[in-house]
Design a protein around this ligand. Structure first.
Ligand code: SAH
Length: 820
C-alpha cells in the first residue's frame, strides 16, 4: 500500500509551511540555557534500532548543514542528523515518553499547540530535539472559522511532523482515541475523561477527514519500538462488512434533482463498477424538472416540493410509521424495493353510507408537508380521492380534518411504508445533490459577505445538511459552484465540510472540470464526499481527458483540484471539441419547432457514437415507444430557443467564422484601450423594427470589454460553461455556421446527456460524465475495494463505456506526488 511510501516521504519545507496548523509555524526558543531543566533520561536507544526506526536521521543528505545552528529555519530540520536517540526525556521536572502527547510552545501570545512526541534525539550539533506529530484543532483545519459548531475537545491526528528543540515542550496532556460514530449520543458515552479526544485523521490533501487505520492505536511504553503507522483511511477488511452490493439495491436520494443528471450519471457509473445503485427518491421544487425526471426515470419517486418541506415531511412520516407500529418489525412488514405507490391501486374501503350532501373519503393517495391550499398554515396534508369521484377531483386535506379516517390513514401509511414512498432514517444509502446558493452568484448585487448563511438564498446548504443529519445515509455527495470556496473566504464550503465532520462523517473536497471527463465544456464544480465511519471514503476519479492540471496557482483550494500535476507525464485523451460533439446533427433553423426528426448522418466520433447509443440504463424503463423510436433513430429536442425578429436579424449578420461577434457589425470599432466604441464615420444602422442593429447593452457589457454578445462558437473550441438560458446577449452561444443559438439537444450533449434523455433542463445540471466518474469510484467504495488515496485512475475503457467493467484491476491506484 501507499502507506509505507507516504511514511517515508519527506515534507518539503514549503509544504510544511503551508499545511501545518498555524500554531506549529512557531519560533523555537533558543537552546536551553540550563541543561538541568531539559534533558534525556535513561540509556540511548541501541544504534541499530534507532537507524531502523528513524533512518532519515542518519542519512547525512546535506553534509555540512548538520552543524549549522538549530532553530534557525525550517529547511534545516530535514537535515538534522542524530548522534543518538532516547525514549524518555525530562522537561521542567516532568518525564515524557515517546508517544506522549503534549502542549508545545506556540508563537508569543498565541495558544500552545498540540503534538505527539514521536522521536527524541540528540543531534550532531549536540542540541536536544524532539519530533512532534501534529494534532489539528478544527480551527487549524480547512474548517477554520466554521469551527464554532465543533466540539472543542475533538482534535484530528495528522501525518505532519516537524522537529523542535526539546525545551519547546510545555506540559503533558491526556488525549484519548475513541471510535467515530454517527450516533453522537452513543459516541459521547465512550469518551473517557481527557483533555482532548480524536477519532479521525486530517490531511490537507483534498481537505480529507478520514478514519484512522485500525492498528494505529497509541503505542504504549512497552511497545515504543512500534512506529505508529501512517494515517490513512481504514484499509482493513472489517470496515467493509459483508458487501452484498452486487445483488442488493443501493438506494439513492437525489435532492435538488433538476431533471436528474447527477443521479443518472452516478447510478450509471456505479453500475459500471458492478453496484446496483438506483435513484429511489428525487426532490425538486420545479415542476418541469420533476416531469422530465419522471419521464426519464419512471422507477423514481419524484417529489415536487421544497427540500425544507421534504425534511418536515419525512420527520412526520417517521412519526406516522411509529404510530401504526410499522417500525422495528421488519419481518412483519416486509418492504418492497419499488417506491412507486400506484394511486389507482384499489385499497379496500369499507362501504358505509354517506349522508346526502356530504363527501366521503374514498382513499388517501398522496402526502405532503406544507400549505398546498395556500391557507397560510403549514402542516401535514393528505391527498384525498373522494368516493365516487376520479383523480381530477382529488383535494389536499390537512391531517387534522381527517380525524375520522384513522383507518384510511393507517392503510396509506402501511402501503407507503411497504412500498418505500418516503425514506426513513437508515433507508438511504446515498444522498446526492447540489443545494443552490444563489446568494453568492456574481449576478446578485446584494451578496451578504459577512454572514452568507443568513442570506435566505443560501439556506439550502443548511437544509441539505439537515436532511443528511436526519436520514444518516452511508454516503453523501454534495455538488456546488466553485464560488462556495471563494465567496467570503470560502465560508459556505467550510460550513458544508464542518457539518459533515461534526456529524462524524469522513469527508473530502475536490474540484472537477467537466472537460476532463470527455466533454467539450470546461465547467468547474466542487464535489464534497461524505462517508460514514463504517464505509470507505470515496476518492476522486482522475481526468481521462487533457484539460486542466494542478499546481498552477497557490490559492488554498487550488490544491483541491482533481487533476494530474502539471509536470506529470500522463496518457490522456485529447480534449473534446465542439465539432466532436455536434457535427453529426442535421442543420436546423432558428424557428425549428419539431420535437422529433430523423438523424440524417451516421455518427463520426466516439463521443457521437456513445451519446447516440444508449439503450440500457437511460432507456431501459419500459417505455416501449421510446425504445422503438430509438431503434428508428429519432432525434429529440433538436430545436433552438427561437430568437425574436430583431435578434435573428442581428445573428444573420454575424460572420460565420471563428471568433465572430457583435464587434463585426457595422459601426463598431475595437479601440486600442481594449474597449468597443462607435465608429464616428459610420451611421448607426437600424432594423426594420426601428431598434438599432447593435444594441446599447452589447456595447456596454462589461464596460465594453466583452466579446461575448452575439458570439459564435467554433468547431475547434471548448465551450466555457453552458448556462440555463441559451440567449445570445451575454454569452457565446451561436452555432458556428447556422443563424441560431445551440439547440436543446446540442446543449444537452455539451452536458453529456445521452440523446435518449428527453425534456432536458440543461444549464443547471451536473455534467453527466463527471457524475459517472464519481459514480464509478462510489461503486468502488461501496464494494470496499478503494484504498485511502484521494485520487484514482478510471479504467482505460471508461469514457465511452456503456456496460459494466468487471476488471477492477483497471482502476489501478496511483498516488499523486506532492505539488509544492
Ligand atoms: N443536480 C441537478 C441540477 C440541480 S439545479 C442535475 O444534475 O440535474 C438546482 C435545482 O434546485 C433546480 O432544479 C431547482 O428547481 C431546485 N431547487 C431550488 N430551490 C429548491 C428548494 N428549496 N427545494 C427543492 N429544490 C429546489
Amino acid at each position: 500500500m501507499a502507506n509505507d511510501k507516504q511514511e517515508k516521504r519527506k515534507l518539503t519545507a514549503a509544504e510544511k509551511k503551508k499545511n501545518l496548523p498555524e500554531s506549529s509555524k512557531k519560533q523555537k526558543k533558543s537552546p536551553a540555557a540550563e541543561p538541568g531543566g531539559c534533558f534525556f533520561v535513561g540509556e540511548p536507544v541501541p544504534a541499530a534500532t534507532a537507524r531502523e526506526r528513524w533512518p532519515e536521521r542518519f542519512e547525512n543528505q546535506k553534509g555540512g548543514k548538520n552543524e549549522s545552528s538549530a532553530g534557525k529555519c525550517d529547511e534545516e530540520e530535514e537535515f538534522l542528523q542524530a548522534r543518538c536517540h532516547y525514549s524518555q526525556a525530562q522537561v521542567d521536572d516532568v518525564v515524557y515518553n515517546l508517544n506522549d502527547d503534549a502542549y508545545i510552545k506556540g508563537e508569543e501570545g498565541m495558544p500552545d499547540y498540540i503534538g505527539r512526541i514521536v522521536e527524541l534525539f540528540k543531534a550532531t550539533n549536540n542540541k536536544f530535539y524532539f519530533t512532534a506529530r501534529w494534532f489539528f484543532k478544527a480551527e487549524d483545519t480547512v474548517i477554520k472559522d466554521q469551527s464554532s459548531f465543533h466540539d472543542p475537545r475533538r482534535i484530528f491526528l495528522s501525518n505532519l511532523t516537524n522537529v523542535n528543540l526539546l525545551d519547546c515542550i510545555v506540559s503533558k496532556i491526556s488525549i484519548e482515541r475513541v471510535s467515530p460514530n454517527v450516533d453522537l449520543d452513543r459516541k459521547e458515552m465512550t469518551i473517557p475523561r481527557c483533555d482532548f479526544y480524536y477519532d479521525m485523521s486530517y490531511s490537507p490533501e483534498y481537505s480529507t477527514f478520514a478514519n484512522l487505520p485500525t492498528d494505529n492505536t497509541r503505542a504504549s511504553s512497552e511497545t515504543t519500538s512500534t512506529i505508529s503507522s501512517e494515517l490513512v483511511t481504514d484499509g482493513s477488511e472489517d470496515s467493509s462488512s459483508d458487501r452484498e452490493s452486487e445483488k442488493s439495491e443501493m438506494k439513492l436520494l437525489d435532492l435538488y434533482s433538476g431533471c436528474g443528471a447527477m443521479s443518472t450519471g452516478l447510478c450509471h457509473g456505479a453500475n459500471i463498477a458492478g453496484v446496483n445503485l438506483v435513484t429511489r427518491w428525487a426532490v425538486d421544487l420545479n415542476e418541469f424538472a420533476c416531469q422530465s425526471l419522471k419521464k426519464n426515470h419512471p422507477e423514481t419517486e419524484v417529489r415536487n416540493e421544497k427540500a425544507e418541506d421534504f425534511l418536515l415531511l419525512i420527520k412526520e412520516w417517521e412519526k406516522l410509521c411509529k404510530r401504526f407500529s410499522l417500525l422495528g418489525n421488519a419481518k412483519l412488514h416486509s418492504r418492497s424495493s419499488n417506491a412507486i405507490l400506484d394511486e389507482d391501486d384499489e385499497v379496500l374501503v369499507e362501504e358505509a353510507k354517506t349522508p346526502p350532501g356530504e363527501f366521503e373519503v374514498g382513499k388517501l393517495v398522496g402526502i405532503c408537508f406544507g400549505d398546498p391550499n395556500e391557507m397560510g398554515t403549514q402542516g401535514l396534508n393528505f391527498k384525498v380521492r373522494w368516493k365516487g369521484y376520479g383523480p381530477s377531483d382529488d383535494t389536499w386535506e390537512p391531517i387534522d380534518g381527517l380525524s375520522k379516517c384513522e383507518e384510511k390513514i393507517c392503510d396509506f401509511v402501511s402501503n407507503g411504508y411497504r412500498s418505500n414512498i418516503l425514506p426513513l432514517p437508515g433507508d438511504v444509502d446515498v444522498i446526492c445533490g447540489g443545494p443552490p446558493c444563489q446568494g453568492i452568484s456574481g449576478f446578485n448585487r446584494f451578496r451578504n459577505y459577512k454572514a452568507p448563511l443568513e442570506d435566505p438564498k443560501n439556506r439550502q446548504m443548511v437544509a441539505f445538511m439537515d436532511i443528511v443529519e436526519y436520514l444518516k445515509p452511508k454516503f453523501v455527495l454534495m455538488e456546488n459552484v466553485v464560488d462556495i470556496l471563494k465567496f467570503a473566504g470560502g465560508h459556505l464550503g467550510r460550513y458544508a465540510l464542518c457539518r459533515l465532520v461534526c456529524m462524524n462523517y469522513q469527508a473530502r473536497l475536490g474540484m472537477m472540470a467537466a472537460g476532463c471527463y470527455g466533454l467539450p465544456q470546461f465547467r468547474m464544480r466542487v464535489f464534497l464526499w461524505g462517508a460514514q465511519p463504517t464505509e470507505k471514503l470515496p476518492p476522486y476519479p482522475l481526468p481521462t481527458h487533457d484539460v486542466v492540471s494542478r499546481g498552477n496557482s497557490a490559492s488554498e483550494f487550488e490544491q483541491n483540484m482533481v487533476a494530474y500535476d502539471k509536470d506529470k507525464q500522463c496518457n490522456l485523451e485529447k480534449v473534446l471539441l465542439l465539432g466532436d460533439a455536434i457535427s453529426d446533427l442535421p442543420p436546423v433553423t432558428n424557428d425549428e419547432c419539431r420535437d422529433e426528426m430523423p438523424y440524417d448522418k451516421a455518427p463520426t466520433t466516439d463521443f457521437q457514437r456513445y451519446i447516440r447509443s444508449f439503450k440500457r440504463d437511460f432507456d431501459d424503463c419500459g417505455d416501449s415507444s421510446r425504445k422503438k423510436s430509438l431503434q428508428k433513430a429519432i432525434l429529440y429536442d433538436h430545436r433552438p430557443l427561437c430568437l425574436n425578429d430583431d435578434d435573428y436579424q442581428r445573428v444573420c449578420q454575424i460572420p460565420k467564422r471563428k471568433g465572430a461577434n457583435f464587434r463585426d457589425l457595422p459601426g463598431v470599432v475595437f479601440g486600442a484601450d481594449k474597449k468597443v466604441q462607435w465608429d464616428p464615420n459610420v451611421e448607426r444602422v437600424y432594423l426594420p423594427s426601428g431598434k438599432p442593429l447593435v444594441p446599447d447593452y452589447a456595447m456596454s457589457f462589461v464596460r465594453g470589454t466583452s466579446p461575448k454578445p452575439f458570439g459564435r462558437l467554433w468547431y475547434d473550441e471548448t465551450v466555457a460553461t453552458v448556462v440555463t438560458r441559451a440567449e445570445p446577449h451575454n454569452q457565446v452561444i451561436l452555432h458556428p455556421e447556422q443563424d441560431r443559438v445551440l439547440t436543446i439537444r446540442e446543449n444537452a450533449r455539451l452536458q453529456g446527456f445521452p440523446d435518449s434523455y428527453k425534456y432536458i433542463q440543461v444549464g443547471n445540471a451536473v455534467a453527466v460524465p463527471v457524475a459517472r466518474g464519481l459514480g464509478y469510484v462510489l461503486g468502488q467504495a461501496i464494494k470496499g475495494i478503494c484504498g485511502s488515496e484521494p485520487l484514482i485512475q478510471l479504467p482505460q475503457s471508461f469514457p465511452f463505456c456503456l456496460g459494466r467493467i468487471c476488471d477492477t484491476k483497471g482502476a489501478a491506484v496511483i498516488r499523486q506526488t506532492p505539488t509544492d
